[in-house]
Design a protein around this ligand. Sequence first.
Ligand code: HEC
Ligand code: HEC
Length: 366
Amino acid sequence: MATPVGNIFSTNITPDRETGIGSYTLVDFDNAVRKGIAKDGHRLYPAMPYPSYAKISDDDIKTLYEYFMREVKAVVQPNHSNDLSWPWNMRWPLSIWTSLMTDRGPYKPDAKADAEWNRGAYLVQGLGHCGACHTPRGLAFQEKALNEGQANYLAGAKLDNWFASNLTGDTISGIGRWSEKDVATFLKTGRNKHGAAFGTMTEVVNYSTQYLNEADLNAIAKYLKSLVPVAAVASPDTRGGKAGDVRAGGVIYARQCEGCHTRDGAGHPPYLPSLAGNPVLAEPDAASKINLILNGSSRIIANGVPDIYRMPPFRHLMTDQDVADVVTFIRSKWGNPSDAVVVQDVADIRKTTDSTSDRAIVLRMR
Ligand code: HEC
Ligand code: HEC
């Protein structure tokens, strides 16, 4: 995982006794998952979303432990050390971080809401750890909010060069115009009539949400649709300088994009998403659009079937100026409200990303 302070490698959590977690007791497992403390006492980096997992119930922790020990196949594979530089490679400050930044204790149901809403809140805040990507982070890299009672919860955030969308009820950049059914369909299949999953959300759909049962999908949708509307904010590192040109962008759109997304931006949803009225186009942060055009999207694999249509990478066909032009164009057309994109933002994302369009399928087939 690329983080602002260096690469962090996830560890072997198969039940191998030497290189994995085979020697963990239930208490050791609980300490790692809900408190962020490994068996040997070292603190885990919050790239492992234990601030969210702290909300998991005692019963579910026990069930998870039994699953890992009994059902997961042991793999012998030593852990990779992290590439962090000082002071981020020091683990002890993490104990202070943990005591300041986590909400203590498992999820407590809200008596004013019904059981379905509470189930949705439990899954989104805890096991789903949706806020790990979708909630803006503060100076100490902490999520600014861990539940719907705190400001900017799930209001959208940039992480790993993608902007994880605003999931509140804002009707422009959020999911205010999506129905509960639209939300459930997106999580189950990776697409709906408004948009399609890309970037890190493809992994979330491929490895996680598509496996939820209907009751849990509906509960999540109900909870998300209850969030008070908040407009998404651009991340503060968006720089000034030379901007994209709408007219040049229109020419590029006609040549490179129209064949799939159509001249009026309506596309052919759900397979070729509409760019008109799509919340992704209304985000003030351009990271997702730039990254997607440079690097394309990885395959959504729903129900074991890889999708046929994919957003192709344009990294080798377009200059930074071209990308800034076309993003500026699509952000200004068809009622989309956002302003011009800065060329330097394209250059920055080009430098720190790569076309990994087949990554999801490679991982899956191995
Ligand atoms: C690893 C980071 C990550 C996690 C974890 C994550 N998401 Fe996302 N999500 C993204 C990104 C990036 C996007 C923007 C790309 C897209 O629209 O698919 C996104 C988009 C979405 C969208 C589409 C919204 C729109 O306006 O297009 C929905 C709905 C969504 N996520 C729900 C969830 C839910 C519910 C969870 C928790 C179960 C979750 N996400 C967890 C990264 C993440
Ligand atoms: C070969 C067909 C094709 C072409 C050409 C194409 N796209 Fe896409 N685009 C897609 C598909 C498919 C998706 C949905 C994401 C996915 O599953 O790959 C997508 C997604 C998008 C999205 C995100 C919308 C969402 O909610 O998922 C944007 C923005 C976008 N394309 C812009 C462009 C621009 C700008 C161009 C021209 C430079 C372009 N596309 C060219 C197929 C195409």
